[in-house]
Write a new protein. Structure first.
Length: 439
């Protein structure tokens, strides 16, 4: 048996030395294509993951005409197009702009916004943080300074359920029924209580504060955690900035740490108005043209006409009737989507691996067969190298390819010696996911 491990999220690691960066980040975007072994890659930012049916169809059409014919969902609810020709950038930009997916050329990599996918769908009394996300996107695109944000800087709007609050965002706003909105930054224990009607503006002011602090420090910081003074000093600076802008912000300490939340479970999600939402996931984050066509048809003819991409590489379709939701769920299951939490693919992720990435030491997607048992328990993530691109937050079963096989660990604690027998490491992964862990 594996050694027992704590179930709660690990305490924050010791503060690392502040990095000094002499260049901007290399994150790809819609206009800045990244060259990979399987062709060029474009990352299309989808603020809060919300797409209209028309936009969704435009993305798949671009993937089929210009790329590998599939959509690749990311851990921030964005979409990647892979296998692109290196000279297709201008055509792709025009297609995305015409669909409303590129509202500002200068800000396209700064529009990193995640939001609780089910916000506004389950309880009429709960805050709909998607309105905050829409407002912030507009504010970002109208702010000259915001164009300087790195492609890694992340905003999160959590409706109080704790799902996106633990995704490691640089600026997080959490709806609170008794306190309005809580502004958190970079994992600091201190939070600011701000008026909910100013949530989006507070997020932008916090980002502007970060840019000023990074410029003053001269370290080229990409994220709040990289600021020399640390997140707590940054929160104090944000409080001063908000006060100067005429926004009341009361400081207090968080009662509990921000733990890594989980996304909506696959299945039918009932709503108080008698409608329902469909929640499904894409195995290893890849959606085929046929699966996407079924999703968009369902959203258009049965739902509210929108798709919500989640940071857990899933899709939520709101506004369906309960009978229709159950029928479409069965169709999506037959099409290969993850439609139940007991699916062995639920919680399994992987980077692109070989042959798409030159740095990968293995074809992790071919090796990442679902472990025996169900998808309950810790998520598992397969990485082709030690960079662990796209890994989840919090605790996960960490499967990393090495020159001699795979290392499997949790929280940096190695579970077995390096293995290269697929049946052996599949069993180890399954046990690590489901072994009861003490508090």
């Amino acid at each position: 048996m594996l050694a027992a491990m704590p179930r709660t999220s690990a305490p924050p690691p010791p503060r690392q030395p502040v990095p000094r960066r002499d260049r901007g980040d290399a994150c790809p975007g819609s206009l800045r294509l990244h060259t990979a072994d399987d062709g060029a890659l474009a990352r299309v930012r989808i603020p809060a993951g919300v797409l209209t049916v028309s936009q969704a169809r435009t993305l798949m059409d671009a993937a089929r005409r210009l790329g590998d014919g599939a959509l690749h969902l990311t851990s921030r609810g964005n979409v990647q197009l892979r296998g692109l020709a290196p000279d297709c950038g201008q055509e792709l930009a025009g297609v995305l702009a015409d669909a409303g997916l590129l509202p500002s050329v200068r800000h396209e990599r700064a529009r990193n916004i995640v939001a609780s996918p089910l916000s506004g769908l389950e309880s009429p009394a709960a805050a709909d943080v998607h309105a905050w996300a829409r407002e912030l996107d507009s504010l970002l695109c109208a702010c000259d300074a915001a164009a300087e944000l790195s492609g890694r800087f992340l905003f999160a709007f959590d409706d109080g359920r704790g799902d996106v609050a633990g995704l490691g965002a640089d600026v997080t706003l959490i709806a609170s029924p008794d306190a309005g909105a809580l502004l958190c930054a970079g994992g600091a224990r201190e939070v600011l209580v701000v008026p909910p009607e100013h949530a989006a503006r507070c997020a932008l002011l916090a980002a502007e504060t970060f840019l000023g602090a990074a410029r003053d420090a001269g370290t080229g910081a990409w994220r709040v955690a990289e600021l020399p003074g640390g997140p707590s000093a940054f929160v104090r600076a944000v409080a001063e900035r908000l006060s100067a802008a005429g926004i009341t912000a009361a400081a207090r300490e968080r009662a509990e740490p921000l733990t890594s939340g989980t996304g909506p479970e696959p299945g039918v999600v009932p709503a108080p108005d008698g409608r329902a939402a469909l929640s499904v996931e894409a195995p290893l984050g890849l959606i085929t043209a046929g699966q996407w066509s079924l999703l968009t048809r369902t959203a258009l003819h049965d739902g509210a006409g929108e798709l919500r991409l989640t940071p857990w590489r899933g899709v939520v379709l709101p506004g369906l009737g309960p009978d229709s939701a159950r029928t479409r769920l069965a169709e999506l299951s037959a099409a290969g989507m993850i439609t139940a939490a007991d699916s062995p693919w639920h919680g399994v992720g992987a980077c692109i691996g070989r042959p798409g990435c030159a740095k990968s030491l293995a074809d992790v997607r071919a090796d990442a067969a679902p472990a025996p048992g169900t998808g309950r328990g810790l998520p598992v993530y397969w990485s082709g190298c030690a960079r662990r691109c796209g890994h989840p937050h919090g605790d996960w079963v960490d499967v990393v390819a090495t020159a001699g096989g795979y290392d499997i660990s949790v929280r940096g604690e190695r579970l077995r010696d390096t293995m290269n027998d697929p049946s052996e490491f599949a069993a180890t992964v399954a046990e690590a996911r489901t072994t009861p862990l003490p508090q």
